[in-house]
Design a protein around this ligand. Structure first.
Ligand code: CA
Ligand code: CA
Length: 343
């Protein structure tokens, strides 16, 4: 038995002892309203469908018209989800340092579901310990789940049938009620009305396979710089690349244009900047206008644009010199400029 389980067992034993003493007391006007929210981990709304591998955040809130006693909170989720180890946060219900916690991330949920079980017991000897009334919905538990397999309607839910009651005394879902904030007074653990929300259902789709962009013929993918090059002047850049597990388009064949890679769900996966060596002004060909810029760079004019600099360094030396200018001048005069000086 792990240390966590052992502590949980002790806490549960304490809870059971409470329930034995409290079973004769009913408070049928007491109402607890539970709320379950499933969001992205930053709290934003989930999209209509999430891919496997997505981490979602579950937030459980409680609102009461009574002073909150011992709480047992099982949260159920379809087997398409798995609890993310270490992700749970339990609220200090009875004041800072005045709450004893139990948590089981592998609670017996029955067929078709996994579950976590959170337990809160006031530490009656702690300074400042008091039962609160939650007059507004108050977060008492958050944890994360990972979507691990495809599902058309994966559920996250509380289960009203698990509520502790006179006829279901072993029910794990309960919230003790007190008449005052004094945690040393008797509490009732059955008889409260629980308002439990309908299950939250989530569509989990298989994650798109990772797209892989590669060059055809002289086409070259420079993943370090985010550039694509190796395209002869006057040729169509689209003919020099291909994508496995996706598609791509390219905005034009000139320095500074963009090649965009999409996954099989048509989501943008990556973008690259097109480089045509010697075409430093982005016109798509190599002319004396390009040569002027390279000559300026070789003469000490600062070329601060990384893309322009890369296209002007046609000998791949790492700086702009008169050797680059000579090559670009040749290109403007009809000679070939290498499509990839890095190979
Ligand atoms: Ca040009
Ligand atoms: Ca150079």
């Amino acid at each position: 038995m792990s240390k966590t389980r052992k502590i949980l067992s002790i806490v549960l034993a304490v809870v059971m002892a409470f329930s034995v003493f409290s079973i004769c007391t009913f408070a049928d006007t007491d109402t607890a309203t539970w709320t379950v929210e499933v969001t992205n981990t930053d709290g934003s709304a989930l999209p209509a469908s999430i891919p496997t591998g997505t981490i979602v955040k579950v937030t459980v809130k409680l609102q009461t018209n009574f002073y909150v006693g011992t709480v047992g909170l099982p949260v159920y989720f379809s087997e398409a989800f798995e609890y993310v180890d270490g992700s749970k946060v339990q609220a200090e219900i009875y004041g800072a340092g005045a709450t004893r916690f139990g948590f089981n991330d592998n609670f017996d949920a029955g067929t078709g579901y996994n579950a976590v079980m959170a337990v809160y017991v006031p530490n009656s000897g702690a300074a400042g310990v008091a039962s609160p009334i939650y007059s507004t919905a108050t977060t008492i538990l958050t944890f994360n789940l990972e979507a691990v397999s495809e599902a058309s309607a994966a559920e996250v839910k509380l289960d009203a049938s698990k509520q502790k009651s006179a006829s279901n005394i072993g029910g794990p879902f309960y919230c003790g009620s007190r008449a005052t904030s004094d945690v040393n007074t008797d509490e009732t653990t059955t008889g409260q009305t629980f308002n439990v929300p309908a299950a939250t259902t989530i569509v989990i789709a298989n994650a798109a396979a990772t797209p892989v962009l590669s060059g055809i013929d002289t086409g070259y993918v420079d993943d370090v710089n985010g550039y694509v090059y190796g395209i002869p002047v006057g040729e169509d850049a689209a003919d020099y690349f291909e994508v496995e597990n996706g598609t791509f388009d390219v905005s034009g064949t000139a320095t500074g244009e963009t090649l965009t890679v999409y996954d099989s769900n048509d989501n943008v996966y990556a973008t690259y900047t097109v480089i045509i060596f010697g075409d430093v002004d982005g016109s798509g060909d190599v002319t004396l206008l390009d040569e002027e810029i390279v000559y300026g760079g070789a003469s000490g004019v600062d070329i601060s644009d990384d893309v322009v600099f890369f296209a002007a360094d046609v000998d791949a030396s790492g700086d702009i010199t008169l050797l680059d200018d000579e090559i670009v001048y040749g290109g403007a005069s009809g000679l070939d400029v290498t499509v990839n000086p890095y190979v």
